[in-house]
Design a protein around this ligand. Structure first.
Ligand code: ADP
Length: 384
């Protein structure tokens, strides 16, 4: 689809350039034509002036002028005709006129010769037109050829630019398609389970258990929909940017999770440098820290430990939990990826993907290091 759009954009652009060039060519030709005519008229006028002046001085004309002059008496009987006029028929004309001989255009200027305010004859000067009308098709063809060549170049360059401009949109579209597919797939499982719970309740007539089980499934669907919405709602344009105290934010978030940790005898150790300020979105960053902490609790052993440290450049969440297999580590930030769904306690495999998205939208990076059976460390580099 994007290929077709690129072609259409490039074609439209090319058509525009082609028309522009043709219009430009037509204007240029017309201007050239009228300019050549004006110049030839001025030249004739000058020649006529020269002829009259020279004749007045010594009655002689230099050879280059002599050839282009014809003199007639008042009855239009030729008195003198230069070589140029061999082919030009004698006609009673006045002022400027044009004549076509053997497909060549001549311009002729005729002026009366007056003596004591009485017309005694006429003098004609002639010149070949510099811009011949017969040249017009050839020149137009040349313009057409140049325009076509430039248009072809425009099409190639236009196609290249259209393709490269549309690439991010294409990538986004593919991601969106993939996301929709993944989401529909993930929603199907709890919905099937919901259906089975209700079927079973109808069959066994154990309505209370059926409804309770169905409520659990509905809760999972809601959780999934909620996470999906979180995921789709944020992008570079929607996140807020404010200078905030990261030290305070980390500390406050840890406090929120203390109770959950205590329930399983987990100790959270803090190693937080004070007054670390970052530029970011407060509620998203709270979610990011919360996700890492809740995973560190969820995937920890009872009575385990979690160490949270913050420096100017790094936020680290380290746990002494179950760890992740080396083969699973590369997929840990993928959407809907869960190493062991039964341990994720209602999780849907979107927490880390969302965390990564938040980190990247802030221009930061996140990395994971894990030792199966020993623990996992998530490190967020706070430098853009
Ligand atoms: P979930 O909703 O399943 O917790 P997450 O995206 O938060 O989804 O995490 C994806 C998977 O990564 C989890 O299912 C779990 O297997 C693994 N995981 C995440 N954090 C940890 C951790 N601290 N220790 C061990 N495994 C973890």
């Amino acid at each position: 689809m994007f290929k077709r759009i690129s072609y259409i954009i490039a074609l439209q652009f090319t058509l525009f350039v082609f028309v522009l060039f043709m219009v430009n060519g037509a204007i240029f030709l017309a201007a050239d034509f009228s300019n050549a005519r004006r110049q030839s008229q001025a030249r004739l006028q000058r020649t006529l002036q020269d002829v009259i002046t020279i004749r007045n001085i010594n009655g002689q004309m230099p050879p280059h002028l002599r050839d282009r002059v014809r003199i007639v008496d008042d009855a239009w009987t030729p008195l003198y005709a230069g070589g140029f006029f061999d082919e030009i028929p004698l006609e009673r004309i006045a002022g400027l006129s044009r004549i076509n001989i053997h497909n060549e255009q001549y311009s002729i200027l005729t002026a009366p010769i007056t003596v004591d305010a009485e017309v005694r004859g006429y003098i004609q000067v002639a010149d070949v037109e510099r811009f011949q009308r017969s040249d017009l098709p050839l020149r137009a063809l040349l313009y057409l050829f140049v325009s076509a060549a430039i248009s072809l170049l425009t099409f190639i360059v236009g196609l290249f630019f259209a393709r490269s401009s549309l690439q991010p949109a294409e990538r986004m579209m593919k991601q969106l398609e993939q996301f929709t597919q993944d989401a529909s797939h993930e929603l199907r499982t709890p919905l099937t389970m919901l259906n089975s719970s209700l079927d079973l309740a109808l069959k066994n007539e154990k309505y209370k258990e059926g409804i309770l089980s169905a409520k659990e499934d509905v809760k999972q669907v809601s959780e999934l929909v909620e996470r999906l919405l979180d995921f789709t709602r944020i992008d570079a344009l929607t996140i807020g940017r404010a200078s905030l105290d990261m030290s305070l934010l980390v500390d406050q978030t840890i406090e929120k999770y203390q109770l959950l940790a205590k329930e399983r005898g987990i100790t959270i150790e803090k190693n937080i440098a004070q007054n670390i300020r970052v530029n970011g979105d407060m509620s998203l960053l709270r979610q990011m820290i919360g996700n890492l902490l809740s995973n560190a609790i969820k995937y920890n052993n009872d009575n385990g430990t979690i160490t949270v440290s913050l420096t100017k450049h790094k936020l680290k969440v380290e746990d002494s939990g179950i760890g992740i297999d080396a083969q699973n580590v590369p997929h840990i930030f993928d959407r809907f990826y869960q190493v062991d769904a039964s341990r994720s306690k209602g999780g849907v495999g979107l927490g880390l993907a969302f965390t990564k998205k938040i980190v990247e939208l802030h221009g930061w990076r996140i990395a994971v290091a894990s030792n199966k059976g020993k623990g996992t460390t998530f490190t967020v580099s706070l430098n853009s």
